[in-house]
Write a protein that binds this ligand. Structure first.
Ligand SMILES: NC(=O)C1=CN([C@@H]2O[C@H](COP(=O)(O)OP(=O)(O)OC[C@H]3O[C@@H](n4cnc5c(N)ncnc54)[C@H](O)[C@@H]3O)[C@@H](O)[C@H]2O)[C@@H](O)CC1
Ligand SMILES: Nc1ncnc2c1ncn2[C@@H]1O[C@H](COP(=O)(O)OP(=O)(O)O)[C@@H](O)[C@H]1O
Ligand SMILES: [K+]
Length: 550
């Protein structure tokens, strides 16, 4: 799977850091200096004129980074106000604290201390990083709530810069950790303008509250690449599950290791049926069937069919009940139509080996979907089950069995709850310990249980395959994608890619990427019908107009 940049869990990050330090080739102090320098560097890039900064330093190594940042900014001419704790941190953080003390004082890190801090241009949150496993308590919790109130909805003053992550956020899940007592101790979410994370993104930067808490996310290289890449070979890292990857949007992340989505997409598309057949005819680009529902509900399936066509399927046939055929007479003329009334007819249709993918669900009606579902599952060809097909699937006697890994389920949160009520209940629990149960945990479990690729839609879309590989795509910058029918377009696009011979996980990942890009390209005011029309421009922009050619 080539899509996206690797995401590391906090346990993996710790294992890589300690492998680097155990090797003797790099010390914890050096890593901390590099981490602090990376944040100070990003600040100086954005605020080239030295200003005033408040630095909040916590009890651990994240606090250590804060002392480095304070020292480097002071050396660059900034006026610093540093707040810290009277605790005994680890040796690296203690050394950085000593080095700062030679330059300036440390005021107590308390709620009152924060409120009475002199006005500053930026506030640097170095309270907790990836080491947080229990909810902030006592005075630190009060400081974080005050910081949340001060930074408000992101428009607050001063601009908050988070070191590695906004403090209090579980970096494996993107959930705010809650103490188990009382409303008035509940966390007040932080809204950073900038987050500088080290080495790799963590799931929490992209899932749930992560994107809104982090603001612009920068990934800083602190020289751990060698140990990150080695760990899979050495088996030294017991916590090396199948890859979890981020499909980056072009906004708001900058990562020096960011994988070029254009080349990923070209490779994925090149693997399709058309590869090696540059002069292939329409059937060499696949034939997708999209099942439509009764009269009055045809729009969803037509959106899906149009997306499958624009996605490059050689042929797309829309299959409504014969009685609803008249409703589907309009454009696009490229779409073929064929009446489909029952399971027997469908079984006969699927004997045609030129049919390479099928989409069941959008606007289909639950009863019709339930009647056709056994045929689709027996056929065991590449398929997308969406909307009503998912409701039917959850009620099927064999559920969660009977699926194969060339099938993609595309539930939104409500459909996911129907399919996997226990996983949904775990996701809904108030997270009180880290690592909290995350959407990637839930999706990996869901895919492994049912044997299909599962794609959970939302502002953070998570895709998992039965073999454990998973990816996250954050579309928090395109909220206008949440409009009626966009899910149908996504289902159709995946079907189009499946029809072209692209493997299920890659087809889903590529479709999610292009779907959000199409929304981003069009902008606010988008309706679902606009999405497929953006695809030709996107293909050209990503250099995908050469598809199928080596
Ligand atoms: N390990 C390394 O080599 C490096 C770590 N770095 C920094 O170190 C961070 C991780 O550091 P740590 O593992 O020390 O953890 P953190 O600094 O993230 O702090 C969390 C720790 O604070 C403790 N804690 C103390 N009082 C608490 C309270 N009232 N409520 C909740 N928790 C409380 C927790 O037990 C937990 O261990 C990273 O995010 C990064 O910023 C960087 O310096 C790069 C190098
Ligand atoms: N807040 C949001 N920001 C960005 N994208 C979103 C948001 N909420 C939902 N989406 C995306 O919008 C689409 C909606 O799909 P779905 O819920 O199936 O709607 P419909 O059934 O009306 O087509 C999905 O691709 C989902 O990932
Ligand atoms: K932090």
């Amino acid at each position: 799977m080539l899509f996206g940049t690797e995401i590391l869990t906090t346990a993996q990050m710790r294992a890589i850091e300690s492998a680097a330090m155990v090797s003797g080739k790099v010390s914890g102090l050096t890593l901390m200096e590099r981490a602090g320098a990376a944040v100070a560097g990003e600040i100086r890039l954005r605020w080239p004129k030295p200003g005033r900064a408040t630095v909040l330093c916590g009890p651990g190594n994240n606090g250590g980074d804060g002392y480095v940042i304070a020292r480097l900014l002071a050396q660059a001419g900034w006026q610093l106000h540093v707040l810290g704790l009277d605790n005994a941190p680890g040796p690296d953080a203690a050394e950085m604290k000593r080095r700062w003390r030679r330059i300036g004082p440390i005021a107590p890190l308390t709620e009152a201390g924060l409120r009475q801090s002199p006005a500053s241009d930026i506030c640097i949150d170095a309270i907790f990083g990836t080491g947080l496993t229990r909810p902030p308590e006592g005075q630190i919790a009060a400081v974080l709530r005050q910081l949340g109130r001060m930074t408000g909805d992101g428009e607050g003053y001063p601009c908050l810069v988070a070191v590695d992550c906004p403090s209090g956020l579980c970096m494996d899940s993107g959930e705010w950790l809650h103490p188990d007592h009382g409303e008035d101790t509940a966390p007040v979410p932080l809204h950073a303008g900038l987050t500088v994370a080290f080495d790799s993104p963590k799931p929490g930067h992209l899932l749930q509250w992560g994107p809104t808490a982090c603001g612009k996310l920068m990934i800083a290289d602190i020289g751990l690449r060698h140990w990150r890449e080695r760990r899979a070979d050495t088996r030294a890292d017991a916590m090396c599950p199948p890859a979890l990857r981020a499909i980056w949007p072009e906004f708001p992340v900058r990562d020096s290791r960011m994988v070029d989505v254009g080349s990923c997409a070209r490779i994925a598309l090149g693997k399709g049926i058309s590869a090696g057949h540059p002069a292939g005819h329409k059937y060499s680009h696949g034939h997708a069937l999209v099942v439509a529902g009764p009269a009055g509900h045809g729009g969803a399936a037509r959106l899906a069919a149009r997306a499958a066509l624009r996605g490059g399927a050689g042929l797309v046939t829309l299959c409504p009940p014969a009685a609803a055929m008249a409703e589907h007479a309009g454009p696009p003329d490229a779409l073929m139509r064929r009446g489909l009334d029952n399971a027997t007819q469908m079984r006969a249709m699927l004997t045609d080996p030129r049919i390479t993918a099928l989409c069941l669900g959008p606007g289909c009606g639950v009863n019709r979907a339930a009647g056709l579902l056994p045929v689709v599952l027996d056929h065991a060809g590449p398929c997308v089950l969406d909307a009503d097909a998912l409701t039917a699937l959850a009620q099927a006697p064999h559920w969660p069995g009977g699926l194969s890994d060339n099938c993609v389920l595309t539930p939104h949160a409500g459909e996911f709850a129907r399919l996997f009520p226990d996983l949904d209940a775990r996701l809904a629990e108030t997270p009180m310990r880290g690592p909290a149960f995350s959407r990637t945990d839930a999706l990996r479990e869901a895919a492994s249980r049912c044997g299909a690729v599962v794609l959970l839609k939302g502002p953070d879309t998570v895709i998992a395959a039965p073999d454990g590989q998973a990816c996250i795509h954050s579309a928090s910058d395109v909220p206008w994608l949440a409009t009626a029918g966009t899910g149908d377009v996504l289902a159709g696009l995946i079907t189009g890619f499946l029809a072209r011979g692209i493997a299920a996980f890659e087809a889903a990942a590529l479709a999610v990427l292009l779907h959000a890009r199409a929304a981003r390209r069009f902008g606010p005011g988008l309706i679902a019908d606009d999405l497929p029309e953006q695809l030709p421009f996107l293909f050209r922009e990503l250099g995908l107009d050469e598809w199928g050619r080596k």
